[in-house]
Design a protein around this ligand. Sequence first.
Ligand SMILES: NC(=O)c1ccc[n+]([C@@H]2O[C@H](COP(=O)([O-])OP(=O)(O)OC[C@H]3O[C@@H](n4cnc5c(N)ncnc54)[C@H](O)[C@@H]3O)[C@@H](O)[C@H]2O)c1
Length: 299
Amino acid sequence: MKNIAVIGSGTMGNGIAHTFAQFGYQVNLIDIHQEALNKAMDTIGKNLDRQVGKGTLTAAEKAGTLANITTFTEMQTGVANADLIVEAATENLELKLKIFKDLDFFAKPEAILASNTSSISITHIASVTGRSDKVIGMHFMNPVPVMKLVEVIRGYASSDETTGTVMELSRKLAKVPVEVNDYPGFVANRILMPMINEAIYTLYENVAGVAEIDTVMKLGMAHPMGPLQLADFIGLDVCLAILEVLHTGFGNPKYAPCPLLVNMVMAGKKGIKSGEGFYNYANGPKEAVVAAKFSQPML
Ligand SMILES: NC(=O)c1ccc[n+]([C@@H]2O[C@H](COP(=O)([O-])OP(=O)(O)OC[C@H]3O[C@@H](n4cnc5c(N)ncnc54)[C@H](O)[C@@H]3O)[C@@H](O)[C@H]2O)c1
């Protein structure tokens, strides 16, 4: 494993590219939008500066990390020499099926195809390729350079060899891989998303306000961040997409997304990436204030 391709350069793609590059891998970062690639390289530069500022990386290591990343707007050339491809494009089933069909065609036959999906079936994604034994979930957490966990999801047909390679590779990135089976939401989001959805219902039913709900969970449960703020960081559109996968996949109404979440996503309030969710980020994440909409009781 030497050459890695990352598909999608949004919140997760830039962190995945950063991490592999920092550990000496050659990374081709691919996005359909040049602006997304420019923004990703800018974000990676700033995050590396933070690591240098903290003394966890030298200036030379920062330069080396950046030199290991090449950007592409076209998949075919970007994946040609990759030993492993990590897909981190938008959380949408049809899009991922199309990407994996194309990857199967353009990537080397021996290349492993991994998805960073939060919830979509790895078995379903693998079914559109001619190499389902080499398709696997490699679920990094946000922010990728900081978070230790990689949830490694075995599809129904993922081989022992593919799983072993991805577990070992995760350790080489100084991460802790945990192997899980392929059912809706896997482990992380099957447990996290119902909690976030319940926090949104608690707000929707006017049991308490945004700051109160987050404070209860931070101080009462020792969570580093409240569930509403965490939803803003993940992206409310991503949370909605994951809940829909859980709801459809299990056919259980307990996973039905709260109507307030649905409304907010439809109104373009996607959290930190759109500048507003439960909080307003006009002055940056550290200065976030409860969004004006929630300063009034909901019902
Ligand atoms: N946001 C999180 O906290 C988080 C955590 C773990 C996993 N994930 C998963 O990671 C994946 C990416 O999520 P994100 O939050 O980074 O999304 P995002 O919206 O920030 O970025 C997605 C990127 O994919 C690009 N893209 C769309 N179609 C593409 C294509 N055909 N080829 C190449 N690039 C394409 C978009 O231009 C965009 O830059 C999703 O599957 C999501 O569920 C997200």
